[in-house]
Each structure stands twice: as C-alpha cells, then as structure tokens.
Design a protein around this ligand. Structure first.
Ligand code: EPZ
Length: 421
C-alpha cells in the first residue's frame, strides 16, 4: 500500500480554516538567508516537507538551523563550509536553483546539482544562466550541475525573454551583494517575488520595484540578520476556495491577502460561487449549481497555473463545456487520466483541456502525479459519490500543511492511510 488519503465524498465543507505561510516564498527565503552572516529568524513558515528539505540542504552547507517551533526557525550562516550542493542533498528539491544566486552572491562561486525535468515538462534554467552571465559570472551547466563563478559580480540590465518566477527571484538574490545597479525587466510579479524582496530588504538590501515588471537592485556591501514573517500561501487559499466551492459548502478562509486571489475569486463568481472578502479573510459559499467557464493560466496577476488542476476538477462537475488553456507549463495535463477514471469527461488537445461537465464523479483508487494534481484529486474525491483513494499522498505533503486535518475540521470525511514502505 502506498501512502494515501481515503475520502468518502459528498460532505459539504463548513467552518473556518487558517492558511499557512507561503511555500514558494519559504523555499526561496531560506536559501536567500545564506547571503547574511547574521542570524535570520523566519516566522510563519509552513510545516511541510519542502521546507524541511531546504533546511536540511542548508545544514549540509554548514548553516546552524534552530527550530524554535513548527513555524519559526533561526538560521545562522556565519560558518558556511561549502559552496557545493551535491546531487544527494538537492535531488528532492527543484527549487535548489536558488542556492546558486545565494552562494554566488555571498562567495562568488556556487556549484549546485539540478534535478531533471518533472512530470509537467522541462524545467530549463537558461534564463537564470543568461542573467548571471550578464552580471559577470562564468556559468556552466554540464553534468547536471549548475556551476557559476565570478571574479567581479556586477550590476547589469537584464531583460527576461519570458516571465519566470524562479529567474526573477534567483537574479534578485544574486544581485543584492553585486557591485552596482541591476535591473530586471519583464520580471515576475507573484506575491512571493515581493515577499523575497521584502526579506532581502529587511537584511539591508536595496531592492525596489518588486511586484512590478521592472525591479531595480542596488548592490550593498554586506547584509545583516533579521526577523521576517512570511505572507500567507496564495495557492493554499485557492485550494480551500475550490474545496468549498466543489462541495457546495460555506467556508471562511483566514489569514489571507484577498487581493492576491482576484483572478481566482473572479472565476469562481463566474461559476456561480459567492465570494465575500474581508480584510484578512475570504468567505466562499455555493448554493446553486456550478456553471462552466473558460480559464487561461498566466503569470500573476493572471489565473495561477498551480491552481489549474484544481479548477479542472471543479469544472468536471459544472454544467456545460469549459476550456482550460495552460499557458505557463508545456505539459501540465498529465493527471487528467486519473480524473477520467472517476468519470470526468476531459479531452486534452495540446495546451488546452476541453471539459464536458458531468453530474456525478464516482470514487475509485487514483494516484497523485504531483503536488497540485494530488490536491485536485482530493477535491474530486470530496465531490465524488463513494470512496476515493488518492495514492502517493507524499506529493501533497510536500506543499500542504496538515491538509487532511484542515479538511476534516471543515467536515470532510478524509483519513490518511500510512505507507507500508
Ligand atoms: C515556480 O516555478 C513555482 N515553483 C511553480 O510552482 C509554479 O508553477 C511556477 O513558478 C509558475 O508560477 C516554485 O516557486 C518552487 P517559472 P518556477 O520559472 O519558478 C520557463 C508548485 O506546485 N522557463 O516561472 O520554476 C518554464 O519552462 C510549483 O508549487 C524557461 O524557459 O517556474 C515555464 O514554462 C510547481 N527558462 C515558465 O518559464 C528558464 O530559465 C515559467 O517557469 C526558466 C523558466
């Protein structure tokens, strides 16, 4: 038996749920702390596997990591012993590319093994490479290693050929200790890009314009330690919004920045869901049927690709035909075969999924193929008649804190079945 979630569908979700800190901010901010010789205290960290992996990687490089609580760590990077992150320590973390920006910035050299592609397409780092080269680094990508070295790391004008979250954050991290001014044009504007910039500034960096498509970083000589609290996880918020809408429930999602959810809220309203925004919470309520809608994933402030599998699951039970276009990743519909096993009527044509809504999904054993697809399958299970087993829940554990507990507290019938491995 693989680790799994067992779900008995049909329960409406009701009540309040608290959102954790942003995963994709955490796994950039933890390596970015390497830029400072002081102690960084990071608060509101989500208690998830990807954060733990990233902390282990830093420990292997010589960081002293103190877990103050599940959600607070102190990282002391005064005695880093290595600028090399080997395959055995980074293979579980695709975002280990942030170690390149951090180690190159602080030590002017980095060698970080890169995991290969993933099950929704190639994961190229050509834009990261180009940016570091413009900053004066020699970059080599041979043998699965992202190696960069500079005798003089300097500011540069960098235009990103496409909007990339990882490139924007990595170059920002690399530029804060470089000599002079770096500008990143066509930058990503995701909330966690802004969060990383705020973290860097709280260590003494000079980063301006994060959240717009033009970021300016004036290099400083040295950074200090800091205390920093992460923003809430926009994708976790969206996940609970979808779960409430899917079950015809009434859920108030707390510790939220409603503005971050504009594209998702607008789409759910179009689908017949009531959205009530407060300062730091969003109430999601559905009484009528779900209507079909067309969705196109885009960089922020567009509809997030990380919620694409979840809205597809929701549309699978909506009235009418919907088209979902995936504009960020080349191959992010691999999971639809699992939804089809539950009776979903979905055809994939290149980067588009055509979804003919069906009245009833039927529970059955399915297998998570990645983190967000796994969450989508749980949502399908909550809507379905009968029992759904979502295998490989390890993917879901990478990015959602106490997922089944939070859902159970809202009235879902879901339990964890442990792996026998
Ligand atoms: C981040 O990945 C997130 N991961 C992803 O979330 C998310 O799907 C993605 O941003 C888009 O929002 C983390 O933050 C750890 P990109 P990232 O660089 O930064 C192409 C999740 O589920 N590209 O914005 O790696 C690339 O192929 C994960 O939490 C290049 O061509 O994504 C893609 O088509 C999954 N060359 C597009 O850009 C490059 O050098 C956007 O990728 C870099 C990227």
């Amino acid at each position: 038996m693989l680790g799994a979630f067992k779900i008995n569908g049909g329960n409406q979700l009701h009540g309040n749920v608290q959102i954790s800190g942003a995963k994709n901010a955490a796994i950039a901010i933890i390596p970015a702390s390497l830029l400072s010789e002081g102690v960084c205290r990071i608060e509101n960290l989500p208690y998830i596997k990807d954060v733990n992996y990233m902390l282990e990687i830093l420990e292997k490089l010589g960081s002293k990591v103190t877990r103050v609580s599940d959600h607070i760590v102190e990282i002391d990077n005064s005695n880093i012993t290595s600028h090399v992150a080997d395959y055995d320590i980074v293979q579980r973390m695709r975002a280990s590319y942030y170690l390149v920006g951090a180690l190159l910035g602080r030590f002017k050299k980095a060698a970080v093994s890169m995991p290969g592609g993933c099950n929704f397409g190639e994961r190229p780092v050509n834009l990261h490479k180009k940016g570091f080269e413009l900053m004066g680094a020699d970059v080599n990508l041979q043998g699965g290693i992202f190696a960069a070295e500079a005798t003089h790391l300097h500011g540069a004008n960098i235009y990103c050929d496409l909007v990339s979250v990882g490139t924007t954050i990595n170059l920002m991290i690399g530029a804060v200790l470089a000599d002079g001014l770096t500008t990143i044009e066509n930058a990503a504007k995701e909330p966690h890009v802004v969060d990383v910039a705020n973290f860097l500034n709280s260590m003494g960096a000079n980063v301006k314009g994060a959240g717009t498509d033009s970021i300016r970083i004036k290099g400083v000589k040295k950074l200090s330690g800091c205390t920093y609290s992460l923003i809430p996880d926009q994708i976790e918020v969206g996940t609970f919004m979808m779960a409430a809408a899917a079950t015809g429930g009434d859920v108030t999602i707390e510790n939220v920045i409603p503005k971050h959810m504009d594209a998702v809220s607008a789409k759910l309203v179009e689908m017949g869901v009531d959205i009530i925004e407060n300062d730091e919470s969003i109430r999601v309520k559905r009484t009528g049927p779900l209507k079909c809608a067309n969705v196109k994933t885009l960089p922020y402030p567009g509809f997030p690709t990380d919620l694409q599998p979840l809205i597809v699951a929701l549309l699978a039970s909506a009235n009418g035909t919907s088209i979902v276009n995936e504009d960020v990743w080349e191959n992010r519909f691999q999971y639809v075969g699992e939804l089809r096993r539950m009776g979903a009527n979905i055809t994939v044509n290149g980067r588009a999924a055509i979804i003919q809504g069906t009245k009833h999904l039927v529970g059955c054993p399915i297998t998570a193929t990645d983190l967000r697809a796994g969450a989508a399958m749980v949502i399908a299970g909550l809507m379905a008649d009968g029992e759904t087993i979502v295998n490989e829940n390890k993917y879901i554990d990478r990015g959602y804190e106490y997922f089944e507990t939070k859902l159970r507290n809202l009235g879902a019938d879901i339990e964890r079945i442990d792996s026998e491995d």
